[in-house]
Design a protein around this ligand. Structure first.
Ligand code: F6P
Length: 325
């Protein structure tokens, strides 16, 4: 029997489609199992500022299909300080919150882990990020929707690329991870992807120009993972200088990748992991992220989820190379 009575829930970091479905799942499964649920607004800042409201099932009605997060979100600088976390804990005590469910990516789950350790609190993480860079879960909430959004955009860009016989460099999000870039390149039938996981010894652009541009195709699409120095603009400039005969354009997809209605896959993942969070609390689990691996719910220690590198299947590079001839 758990002694936990009240569960607080928050979303933190970059919003991701499916976060609302996760809020709904935690709230409804929590209420079904006799817990009080409190919604914390604006991420960890809401804990620090006591921006907290009791939730009933009505608070989460009609949200499963909405992108963004009804709880709002933030990247809290204050929560990175001991003083900020102390204020947050004071409000946890004041609100009678016994366990915290944090929906977010790497930075947010790192914050949850530090907080849990400092104050001996039960924190459960749900993997909410479009980047898919959390270890221990096959997919993160939001990744599938963003992938589909990118593929839809690239299909459109291809129409104009082919009509003008141009090379397009399309920049996608992912922070330090190339899952979105590599897999959307495969799904959209792009000619190449430039990703951080493949950047060590070979110059990826040179390799692509050598292998790719001599193909019979007159237009092509290269998906580039965002990077402060070597994004799509960098590669486009290089091609313009090194191959002045090519007509080159850049499209940076930006934040449109984070919006929109979550796919069925993300809604199901959010619903399953949300219910999984409540099951974990009932079982007395602490400080784990709820993931899905090989279609099974798994509990991944928060430290492992944020510290371990999610394996990148290098075979995906061969898949793209071979299919883009
Ligand atoms: O982590 C999600 C993400 O969308 C990354 O892919 C991207 O680098 C970052 O957030 C952008 O953050 P912001 O919305 O704060 O500019």
């Amino acid at each position: 029997m758990t002694r936990i009575k009240t569960i607080g829930i928050l979303t933190s970091g970059g919003d991701a489609p499916g976060m609302n479905a996760a809020i709904r799942a935690v709230t409804r499964a929590g209420i079904c199992n006799g817990f009080n649920i409190k919604g914390i607004y604006r991420g960890f800042d809401g804990l620090i500022n006591d921006d907290i409201k009791s939730f009933t099932t009505e608070n989460v009605s009609g949200i499963i299909m909405q992108g963004g997060t009804i709880l709002k979100t933030a990247r809290s600088n204050d929560f990175t300080t001991e003083e900020g976390r102390r204020k947050a804990y004071e409000n946890i005590v004041k609100e009678g919150i016994d366990a915290l469910v944090v929906i977010g990516g790497n930075g947010s789950l790192t914050g949850a882990r530090v907080f849990a350790q400092e104050y001996d609190l039960c924190c459960i993480g749900l993997p909410g990020t479009i980047d898919n860079d959390l270890y221990g879960t096959d997919s993160t909430i939001g990744y599938d929707t963003t992938m589909n959004t990118i593929v839809d955009c690239v299909d459109r860009i291809r129409d104009t690329a082919q009509s003008h016989e141009r090379i397009f460099f399309v920049e996608v999000m992912g922070r330090d991870a190339g899952f979105l870039a590599q897999n959307s390149a495969i799904a959209a039938g792009a000619e190449a992807a430039i990703i951080p996981e493949d950047s060590t010894d070979v110059d990826q652009l040179a390799r692509f120009m050598e292998r790719g541009i001599r193909k019979s195709k007159k237009s092509c699409i290269v998906i580039v993972s965002e990077s402060p120095k070597c994004g799509a603009l960098y590669y486009a400039d290089r091609v313009k200088k090194e191959f002045p005969d090519y007509d080159v354009r850049v499209s940076i997809l930006g934040h449109l990748q984070r919006g929109g209605r979550p796919t069925a896959h993300d809604r199901i993942l959010a619903s399953r992991t949300g219910v999984g969070a409540i099951d974990a609390i009932l079982q007395g689990q602490r400080n784990v992220m709820i993931g899905v691996r090989n279609n099974e719910i798994v509990y991944v220690p928060l430290l492992e989820a944020v510290r371990s590198d999610k394996p990148f299947d290098k075979k995906l590079i061969t898949v793209l190379d071979e299919l883009s001839i």
